[in-house]
Design a protein around this ligand. Structure first.
Ligand code: ADP
Length: 308
């Protein structure tokens, strides 16, 4: 008998074991094999995780518990999980489940193998209008679902818009999301990503609500079509000053349609009560002037769609 193979120890750096307590009190172990490194966020490192039992592959978010020692960080992660686990929509990254051991909290999410729009734009520089229509329409559907469940995402940006194996848009990272207790409530916490943050969040006087996601959507649209965010500067303070003054331009050397310009201009307004609603954006001529594909082909991750 080959004793070695009998006593084969699991390489613990390559597997994650979930211990499940059964109603009988017995413990069942579920083994996940750690695959490719997918990326890193504020707290987490994200890897592919293959469930040995079912063959399913997930994106596994590994959050080290030592970074959660401060009560607030743990509270924030639990709030992200509490919100994300309730969501079921084809344009939102699906939450599967979470578990923990002594070292990490593991969050198992729908795997988006085609990375984010940020990765795509790095390769492509900017997108054609027909591609922007396709992606932005799906972002709107995801946002409409969130808002109809009284959730503000608060961190809509290229890096949080993921692409599934079929190139469907999946809004992810609900780390800054907030659920309103009642319709009309206004949030006060300052949060977001500098280039995408809405002016009312920076001003902080009137609080903020769903309209801050509409602003970030406008920034996203500009960025996809122009190739860089509208208020970007070398330092955050200047960016914030520009946002508060709504100071941005459409560069002369980049050709975008008058409909695209008009829609961006109507969204990026300081008075949040004047911004269009999701339904109004859908009805805007930017989306109605021509037909566009429901999904883009995989090749467009690297090269523009061909004209034929
Ligand atoms: P954090 O909440 O800590 O900022 P993110 O949710 O932004 O972490 O994830 C960090 C990185 O991991 C992302 O930028 C992306 O590269 C990768 N990632 C996150 N979720 C997925 C997913 N569902 N599928 C594929 N890659 C993902």
């Amino acid at each position: 008998m080959n004793i070695k193979s009998d006593t084969k120890a699991l390489d613990t750096s390559q597997v994650v074991i979930e211990k499940i307590t059964l109603p009988s009190g017995d413990i069942r172990e579920k083994v996940y094999n750690k695959g490719k490194f997918l990326g890193k966020g504020g707290f987490a490192r994200v890897y592919e995780l293959l469930c040995e039992e079912t063959g399913e592959v997930f994106a596994g978010k590994f959050v080290p518990k030592n970074l959660l020692s401060k009560g607030r960080a743990r509270h924030k992660l639990m709030s992200e999980i509490k919100i994300h686990r309730t969501l079921h929509n084809k344009n939102i990254v699906q939450f599967h489940h979470y578990f923990e051991n002594d070292e990490f909290v593991y969050i198992l999410l729908e795997l988006c193998p085609n990375q984010s729009l940020s990765d795509m734009l790095r390769r492509r520089k900017r997108l054609l209008e027909i591609e922007a229509q396709c992606y932005l329409a799906q972002v709107l559907l995801g946002l409409k679902y969130l808002h109809s469940h009284r959730i503000i995402h608060r961190d809509i940006k290229l890096g949080n818009i993921f692409l599934s194996d079929k190139m469907e848009v999946k809004i992810g990272d609900l780390g800054l999301a907030a659920k309103l207790e009642y319709e009309g409530e206004r949030k006060r916490t300052i949060c977001g990503t500098p280039n995408y943050i809405a002016p009312e969040i920076l001003e902080g006087k009137q609080g903020h609500s769903y309209e801050c996601d509409i602003w970030s959507f406008g920034v996203l649209m500009y960025t996809l079509l122009i190739g860089r965010p509208p208020f970007e500067t070398k330092d955050v303070k200047t960016t914030y000053r520009r946002i508060k003054m709504n100071l941005y331009m459409f560069p002369d050397n980049i050709d975008i349609s008058k409909e695209a310009k008009a829609l961006i201009t109507s969204i990026l307004v300081l008075d949040f009560t004047k911004r269009p609603t999701i339904d109004q954006i859908f009805q805007n001529s930017f989306f109605t002037k021509n037909l566009y594909p429901r999904l883009m082909p995989l090749s467009t991750l690297v090269v523009p769609p061909s004209a034929n």
